[in-house]
Structures are given as C-alpha cells and as structure tokens.
Ligand binder design. Structure first.
Ligand code: NAP
Length: 323
C-alpha cells in the first residue's frame, strides 16, 4: 500500500483509499486531457480513480492507468478503480453488459468497485439520456432490488470486487438493505457532499449500517453548465472557508477535502490542472482542529449543486426526501 495514503475497510473486507481522483469532464474538453491528468494523478500518488460508463472517458483512463503500470509506477492491484452502471442498463439482463463494455474500454479484467450510478432508470438504448419528440427524458420502470441482484451477480462473476450505490437516499438504501435474500450489502453510497451540503443525517445513517459515504462535488463541483445553476455560490470563494484556509496556511480546496476525511468520508477531487492535482494529495499532510471542524459544520445549508431538477418527476427521484 502507498504509505501516503490512508485506506478505509469496506464492509466486504476490501480497502478503499480515502482520497479519489475524479474523472468526469464536460464533453467540450478533449479526452486527451483526461489521459494526461490521470497519469499526473497517479504519479502524484492518487491510487483511487473514480470514473463511470457515462463519463465516456474510460478508454482514456484505462490507457493512462495501463501506461503507469507499464512504466513500473504502479501495479494493477495498487489501483482502486470505480466504474458505474448507467441508468439505461438497469434491466437485470443488461446490467452485466454495461460493466463488460466498461471493462473492454479499460482493457481490465475487473473493476474494484461498481456502483449503480443513480436510482433513476432510463429507457434502454444508445442514448445516455433518451428523449421523446418533446425533448422529455424517457424513464424506465425497474425494481431497484432486481438491479441490485444483478449487481451481486457481477461480483460473483469476479468482474467487480465490491459493489455499491450512488445518489441513493435513505429510503432507497433501506430498500436494498431489507431485501429478502440480500447477499451483499452496498459497500458505499456516493453522493454530493461538501461544506454547503454536508449530508450529516445520511452520513450518520450510512455509518450505522457500515456503509461508506463517498463525497463528490467536495470542491463545489465543476459547475457543469447543463445541470448547475450558474448563479449558485462558488464554494471555494466562501469567506469563512477562505479565512480558515488563510489561518491554517492551506488552500480553501485542501480545507474542503480535509474536512471530509476527518468526518470519516471518502472524498473525490477532480482537476485537469497539474498544480491542483499535486496540491490535492497534500490533504494527508495536516489536520484541522475540532474548532475548525465546527466552523465548517456551520457552513451547511443543505444546498445541492446537482439536483437533477429535469428528472424531479421520476418515480425514483432521490432528492425529494429529507435525506
Ligand atoms: N456519482 C455521481 O453522480 C457523480 C456526480 C458528479 C461527480 N462525480 C464524481 O466526483 C468527481 C468530483 O466531482 P466534480 O467533478 O464535480 O468536482 P470537484 O471535485 O468538486 O472539483 C471542482 C473543481 O474544483 C477545482 N479544483 C480542484 N482542485 C483544486 C485546487 N487544489 N485548488 C483550486 N481549485 C481546485 C477544479 O476547477 P478548475 O480546474 O477550474 O480549477 C475542479 O473542476 C467527478 O469528477 C466524478 O468522478 C460523481
């Protein structure tokens, strides 16, 4: 194990690095940027790489990882790679095919973690977001417990070492946990989590069930034009966060990441910039005091950047519940 890293044990006995490199990027940014950034991340010490079928960069991420294996920087077993089942593949007979498509692009035999990307299933087909003639996203109807059973089969087939979920609320997590004949519990729930939306209640629930909460958008998201309100507050410009950063002589980004680690959250950090990638790995080099943590807790306002409003009428829309 890389000494720079700290790991958390998952409920299935595998270990996940507490800091992960995010690979989502807007379509307009060339995919070649992802190859470069992923290589830099591995060289800097990142060992956990978060990706997904829907990000459409698995070929590039796979290339970068394999090149760092080929040059002796890492071995495959040093890397913790996450992929995600896209919502158009929720029908149980399609689940494994989505994972197989990812593996083929990656040129890997297995992923370390496979997540249900979202509880909101969409009509199967080529389009990531199938739309009708009026531009309305077309939903599908699949029992989430049946999707989970297909995920369990992927683990049994050795294609995924661990399985989990993403963007699930408490009720949806409980549905899986209470499923008759449950073979494997989800190891994690990956959700939006940052100082403006610290997910205290969901985090406490997950901890009580031995499920790790993985934070995305911990730096305030990339403010993707297609789904983030451009008038929303810029998290890394928050005056309280910036004042604390100044006091601790660290950047606001590092404070925002460190906050998550100290509350037992596994945290993702995205960047395509070498200086930022190298900075983010320094999250292990300092500590926040209890007082600092309280100050950061005080910033919570249950504000969601990626609320997926255009799907708010989906029967499984997860963000209408309190948590
Ligand atoms: N499961 C899901 O549904 C889901 C949804 C969203 C994201 N994710 C995953 O979570 C990952 C992270 O979330 P995210 O991509 O929204 O973004 P994020 O990690 O919150 O990062 C947002 C932005 O912060 C800036 N940044 C990074 N390091 C910095 C530093 N040291 N100093 C100053 N600014 C810094 C970068 O912007 P600049 O480059 O402009 O400086 C970056 O684009 C994704 O890449 C993806 O893997 C999952």
């Amino acid at each position: 194990m890389n000494s720079k890293h700290q790991y958390v044990e998952l409920n299935d006995g595998h270990f996940i690095p507490r800091l992960g490199f995010g690979t989502y990027k807007p379509q307009e940014v060339p995919n070649s940027k992802t190859i470069e950034a992923t290589k830099i991340a591995i060289e800097a010490g990142f060992r956990h790489i978060d990706c997904a079928y829907a990000y459409q960069v698995e070929e590039e991420v796979g290339l970068a990882i394999r090149s760092k294996i080929a040059d002796g920087t890492v071995k495959r077993e040093d890397i913790f790679y996450t992929s995600k089942l896209w919502s158009t593949f929720h029908r149980p007979e399609l689940v494994q095919s989505c994972l197989e498509k990812s593996l083929k692009k990656l040129n890997f035999d297995y992923v370390d973690l496979y997540l249900i990307h979202s509880p909101m299933e969409l009509k199967p087909g080529e389009e990531l977001f199938p739309k009708d003639e009026n531009g309305k996203t077309i939903y599908d109807h699949v029992d989430l417990c049946a999707v989970w059973e297909a995920m369990e089969k992927c683990k049994d087939a050795g294609l995924a070492k661990s399985i989990g979920v993403s963007n699930f609320n408490r009720r949806q997590l409980e549905m899986i946990l209470n499923k008759p004949g449950l073979k494997y519990k989800p190891v994690c729930n990956q959700v939006e989590c940052h100082v403006y939306h610290n997910q205290r209640k969901l985090l406490d629930f997950c901890k009580s069930k031995d499920i790790v909460l993985v934070a995305y958008g911990a730096l305030g998201t990339q403010r993707y034009k297609e789904c983030v309100d451009q008038n929303s507050p810029v998290l890394l410009d928050d005056p309280v966060l910036c004042a604390l950063a100044k006091k601790r002589k660290r950047s606001p980004a590092l404070i925002a990441l460190r906050y998550q680690l100290q509350r037992g959250v596994v945290v993702l950090a995205q960047s395509l910039k070498e200086n930022e990638i190298k900075e983010n790995i320094q999250v292990f080099d300092f500590e926040l005091t209890e007082e600092d943590m309280k100050v950061l807790d005080g910033l919570n306002r249950n504000f969601c950047y990626v609320a997926m409003q255009f799907m708010s009428d989906h029967p499984n829309y997860p963000f209408a519940d309190e948590y």
